[in-house]
Design a protein. Sequence first.
Length: 157
Amino acid sequence: MATLSCELAGLQETEHLGQRIGGCLRGGDVLALRGELGAGKTSLVAAIGKSIGVGDIASPSFSLAHEHVTNSGLRLVHIDAWRITSVDELAELGWDDWIIDANTIICLEWADRIEAALADLRVLEIQMAHTQEGRHAILQWADQSRLSSLAAPGDTP
């Protein structure tokens, strides 16, 4: 699996990374976001959503999942798995339909809480963390060519 490491000094750099990610996504992609509270997961998803044309995105903490549809029919499903305790709960939200829909992109925050749901999928893994300089994101993806297209000056493979 290919890896890309990105230093994100602030919100603007997080948004730029989200725009780059959004620019290379296509229907059927699944993003698994991990990181402590406040590490920038929702900010990154909001920037991804904005870059593909879904408008404002807020954390689905209480509703667990939000669906957004672009004018072109591409759907972004944003899931907050913090309170999801099993794959069965995820299935009740619509997971099984979303993962087979070629027009759906899934952004799953707190993916570490339901790893079993990701077992057979090709996933863009995003680990976010706080640093003294801001934030740090490590991206891992089996699709090396698309991951390479996300690199910005200063990022390291």
